[in-house]
Design a protein around this ligand. Structure first.
Ligand code: ACO
Length: 358
């Protein structure tokens, strides 16, 4: 038995396929590279949900997500002054937990809108700023950026965030998606599945890594310090944030898609040059010191740089990740519910047995 269930197949899915040996991610029959940077997040959601969740087509889905943002803002705004002492993910968890199962906001498209609003409101609260109301007619990525920063993004910025949200929309049976599916299998409902996904995403071994990636770049400071700094960190037994993956044994294909999107934000405080040097030094050291493990860059490394270049605070990176992954959680929850099967694995008892009288 492997404690991390590494080789266990726990679901059949139409949604996405990861080939860890080839470094390939397929979403609904398309390579990620055909989707990210090529379509808006709403259209990727429509593609992902096809045949699983009724959307009424791309245009109706966009307006249902926009309508969800408006309804969610009305629901969440009264809670704004209760968010101050929470981290952004904790604030988001609190806001999403206020959605009643049978309410209009619990419908899948509305929940996607609500997750974006919760992310934006939570990030602003952590900065001591009042929430910004959504614009139902704007694109989801553009509106998300506007609600976080307080001013509208230009097309390049909105396009870069769309590329990010599409990149993270779904990724096989990762920890948060599995958590969402387990909850869906009990028929607890979509809101509970989304909250379960968010709770799993919160940890630094899953969605919480991009902030620490930037902390690492700050500590390294200059390209010439990369090699000695990383070497010392590995010497202390630390893990390098943004490297390694349970499934990919070569480069995570999402890293390159995000690196390309980052390139489109040239001259906006992007630290691509330093990041490339750090990546190069880290890959050499990991190959030398972790022989046979085949550790490479993962999605979080370039996520950190992209979200930083978009002016998002690092404590807000996991909420923004959730705003994209929510479409995947909901699709998996719906697929799991349709299967009708409760997820209930067994455990192997290794404790003492009571003594029985003969
Ligand atoms: N730096 C240094 N060594 C590493 C790293 C790393 N980033 N990743 C793995 N290793 C080494 C360690 O020696 C580890 O052994 P240990 O448990 O004795 O310390 C060994 O490789 C384990 O290898 P795997 O089985 O391939 O890794 P696992 O599947 O357990 O972990 C994970 C995968 C959690 C992503 C890991 O690589 C890690 O902690 N990376 C840093 C955090 C990070 O970037 N997280 C974001 C992941 S992407 C996402 O979830 C969206």
């Amino acid at each position: 038995m492997k404690g991390g269930m590494d080789d266990v197949i726990a679901a059949e899915t139409l949604l996405s396929h990861i080939d860890g040996e080839a470094g390939r991610l397929v979403i609904r029959g398309h390579d990620l590279e055909e989707l990210a940077g090529e379509m808006r997040f709403e259209d990727a959601t429509s593609l992902l949900w096809e045949g699983l969740i009724e959307t009424g087509g791309r245009d109706r889905l966009s307006s249902a997500i926009g309508g969800g943002r408006v309804r969610a803002f009305a629901r969440f705004e009264p809670f704004h002054d209760r968010l101050a002492d929470r981290t952004p993910v904790e604030a988001m968890r609190f806001l999403l937990a206020s959605i009643a199962d049978e309410s209009e906001l619990a419908a899948p498209a509305a929940l996607v809108g609500a997750t974006g609003v919760a992310a934006a409101m939570a990030i602003r609260a952590s900065q001591g700023r009042v929430p910004v109301a959504p614009d139902a007619g704007a694109g989801h990525a553009a509106d998300l950026l506007r609600m976080v920063r307080g001013h509208a993004p230009d097309d390049a910025e909105a396009g870069a965030l769309d590329a990010y949200l599409v990149t993270v929309i779904d990724h096989g049976l990762n920890a948060s998606t599995f958590a969402a599916r387990v909850v869906a299998s009990t028929r607890a409902g979509a809101v509970s599945s989304v909250i379960a996904g968010l709770c799993a995403l919160k940890g630094p071994l899953h969605g919480g890594a991009p902030g620490p990636v930037l902390d690492m770049l700050d500590a390294i400071g200059t390209a010439s310090n990369a090699e000695p700094w990383l070497n010392d960190a590995l010497g202390r037994g630390e893990r390098l944030m943004g490297f390694g993956h349970r499934v990919y044994r070569i480069r995570d294909p999402r890293a390159d898609v995000l690196k390309k999107a980052l390139g489109a934000l040239e001259g906006r405080g992007n630290r691509l040059a330093l990041a490339e040097q750090v990546e190069k030094a880290a890959l050499c050291l990991l190959a030398e010191r972790k022989i046979g493990l085949r550790l490479d860059v993962n999605v979080e490394f370039y996520t950190a740089l992209l979200l930083e270049a978009l002016g998002l605070p690092r404590s807000g990176f996991t909420p923004i990740f959730a705003a994209g992954r929510v479409s995947g959680w909901l699709a998996h929850a719906s697929e799991q519910e349709a299967s009708g099967r409760l997820i209930r694995p067994k455990s192997h008892y290794i404790g003492p047995m009571p003594e029985r009288a003969a």
